[in-house]
Design a protein around this ligand. Structure first.
Ligand SMILES: Cc1cc2nc3c(=O)[nH]c(=O)nc-3n(C[C@H](O)[C@H](O)[C@H](O)COP(=O)(O)OP(=O)(O)OC[C@H]3O[C@@H](n4cnc5c(N)ncnc54)[C@H](O)[C@@H]3O)c2cc1C
Length: 478
């Protein structure tokens, strides 16, 4: 506890009934009830600062339910000004800050022990302006899709699940089945407005503060909090024709995936592996053609050599939002609320079959859980241009996603996290790496190695834009 005499320098903030201050000695947040002394006022907020247990508990958790770090306060900004004011305040007092979008991190990446979580969900405005959308950093892709479709437009590349925030996936990469045509979501953003670790509001783009633009896209929240993004839009199709094509072997699947992603025959291309009850594996390519009809089938899949095909037609929105009904089922089963030790490995194309074949026997129900999904699809490496999103240095990188759930009767989350680390090391030894989300223990040396030749520019941007190193400590990078 600080000496009573020191209380007078505590800075305070009045938001409704709450008074928040930072104890300069213990560096802990205090309320008026604890402090009992005069406060210097912080800038007034348009939104509110929450200290209640419900807000702190929620911010101490994420979709992974593996790591828990409790913050001292949660900011629900009423404006971009609020974010800048509070980051400035936190910098002055050496308090760490993390942005939080939808909290779908799985390993504590959006948490901050004893610091401030900025819950960006209140910054969710969306304005469609022809071929672009101006979007608050906390808006979800689902909300953006709905608003864009009303104008006949769509973001060109979307994640499989739309309940993620724009700022959250732009901080990571943002992958989906259209990556073969358009790159990742970070490659389709025209401008970003961020609050840096100095509390400055800065707009950046390919032609303006390029160093910041490149350090924010895929930058894991290290140099700034994205409060607004200008996102590219393209004309939206009305419907999709989806082909789920089954192959007898892994090699047959990946060969046709490579051919299709190079040719660009489909607007969307992914793939998955699933285990039958007898232990055998099914290898499925999911390929989607926009506004196609049965008359196109022969041209689209006639030469693809599949063993069987399941074909369906869907309105474009239903296709984009296809995970929503699955989520409902997982919620009912209780699986949605269980720990999710996920990993998305990036495999070098030339070693993909070898690495997957070596890993498949390890993917027992015990080690992946009851409702796991295993993704496997190719990314043409050159399409992803944002420098901090690190793929394999080969023509193709395969995304190999093990979406594990620690279900009752399966291994616990810690065992699955250890398996993720073992897989990561196997992949790294073969020249690959990982998508910077997921539950994979990572040291600072791992991060340096992960970023490779992009590291010096990233470190320089960190020194420039977050010199006190207060932003997003949950990533464990700096
Ligand atoms: C069900 C599910 C499906 C997924 N599907 C895909 C997929 O298809 N493709 C894909 O690429 N990824 C996918 N992911 C991974 C996803 O992109 C990440 O988990 C992402 O972090 C989720 O976004 P979020 O809004 O929940 O971010 P959060 O978990 O809230 O935050 C992620 C990180 O970014 C930081 N951050 C958040 N908002 C901001 C901001 N505005 N400015 C700066 N930093 C910020 C946080 O501090 C944290 O470090 C999926 C995850 C889940 C749980």
């Amino acid at each position: 506890m600080p000496e009573p005499g020191r209380r007078s320098v505590i800075t305070g903030l009045v938001t409704g009934a709450l008074v928040l201050g930072l104890d300069p000695v213990s560096r802990t947040w205090v309320t008026a009830a604890h402090a009992g002394g005069p406060f210097d006022r912080l800038p007034p907020l348009d939104g509110r600062l929450r200290l209640d247990a419900a807000a702190l508990d929620a911010a101490a958790d994420d979709f992974g339910h593996i790591v828990s770090r409790r913050p001292r306060a949660v900011l629900e900004p009423g404006s971009v000004r609020d974010v800048a004011a509070m980051v400035k305040y936190c910098r002055r007092h050496g308090v760490q800050v993390a942005g939080r979008g939808q909290g779908h991190s799985v390993h504590g990446q959006c948490q901050v022990a004893g610091g401030l979580v900025v819950d960006l969900g209140t910054l969710d405005a969306i304005e469609i302006r022809g071929d672009r959308a101006v979007v608050g950093g906390g808006a979800t892709w689902l909300a953006l899709v709905r608003a864009a479709l009303a104008e006949g437009r769509t973001p060109p590349v979307l994640t499989d699940y739309l309940g993620l925030s724009v700022g959250g996936t732009l901080s990571l990469g943002g992958f989906g089945g259209a990556v073969g045509h358009h790159g990742a979501q970070v490659d389709n953003v025209l401008e970003l407005t961020v609050v840096t670790g100095k509390g400055e509001l800065v707009t950046c783009s390919p032609t303006r503060r390029r160093d910041l633009f490149d350090a924010v896209r895929g930058g894991l929240g290290q140099v700034g909090i994205i409060v607004e993004a200008v996102v590219r839009l393209t004309p939206a199709p009305a419907a999709v024709r989806r082909y789920n094509l089954t192959y007898p072997t892994l090699e047959a699947l990946t060969a046709v995936q490579r051919r299709m992603v190079d040719e660009g025959r489909f607007g969307y291309l992914e793939g998955s592996l699933s285990r039958a009850e007898d232990g055998s594996w099914a290898y499925v390519m999911e390929a989607v053609a926009f506004d196609a009809t049965p008359a196109d089938d022969e041209r689209l899949i006639g030469d693809l050599g599949h063993a069987s095909a399941a074909i369906d037609d869907l309105p474009y929105f239903d296709f984009l939002n296809r995970i929503a009904p699955v989520v409902e089922i997982l919620i009912q089963l209780g699986e949605w609320a269980r720990p999710h030790p996920w990993i998305d490995a990036f495999l070098p194309g030339s070693k993909t079959e070898e690495l997957v074949a070596e890993t498949l026997p390890e993917l027992t129900p015990e080690l992946i859980g009851q409702s796991a999904v295993i993704l496997l699809y190719p990314i043409p490496t050159a399409r992803v241009r944002a420098p901090l999103v690190r793929l394999a240095e080969e023509k193709h990188t395969f995304l190999f996603g093990l979406l594990r759930t620690a279900s009752p009767g399966s291994a616990d989350a810690a065992t699955m996290v250890a398996a993720n680390r073992a897989l990561y090391e196997r992949v790294r030894a073969a020249g690959g790496g990982r998508y910077a989300t997921g539950a994979v223990p990572f040291s600072r040396d791992d991060w340096r190695r992960h970023f490779g030749d992009a590291w010096p520019a990233f470190r320089a941007a960190k020194r420039t834009y977050d010199p006190a190193n207060i932003l997003t400590p949950g990533q464990g990078i700096f």
